[in-house]
Design a protein around this ligand. Sequence first.
Ligand SMILES: [Zn+2]
Length: 216
Amino acid sequence: MSDIKIELDNKIYNVVVERKRSTRNTYIRVKENLDIYVTCNLLTSDRFIIKLINDNEKKVLKMISIMEKKKAKEEFFYYLGKKYDLVYINKKGITFGEEKVFVGNDFDLDKWYKKEALKVFQIELDKMYNNFIYKIPYPSLCIRKMKTRWGVCNVKTHKITLNLELIKKDTKYLDYVIVHELSHLLYANHSKYFWNCVGENYKDYKKIRKELKQDE
Ligand SMILES: [Zn+2]
């Protein structure tokens, strides 16, 4: 790895160069800290890299502006109902502070959320299933990002799909969605019998349901 500095549009940027034997072409990326990352072959010279960036100045500036916008959008971090300031650092992994979360520049937040959701959702599903007052088949669990729904139940295959976004909220919402989907294993509709069943297994459901709807 070697470090170069380059001036684009009156601003100085760090250029981090990673030379790899196996790389044939030269790739330019912009990281969250706005460093320009170049991956290239062992034989590629600094001069060539600087020329390449200068020749593609417009494209690189575009990549920088996209990253700036992405960062502005992601200034907060939500986990289990708590809101943190999101701070990018030059270290690997994720560290929780009292009010802040520090993540490495190339940390994959979605992947981390998914990993956490696999643990948390399974624990909550087991809890709600064990407390469920009717006998129902034990469902398999699927987690994915959904645009318009918090949960889906496939009555035939006994599969419950939960929205990954629930990991950002207090578990009381997750628990309600689980009870809602478990109740569909008894009633494949939204009849009064269905809502009765939801109410028997989750007392506060009306309030929680309203809050979730307002959030959509
Ligand atoms: Zn439903």
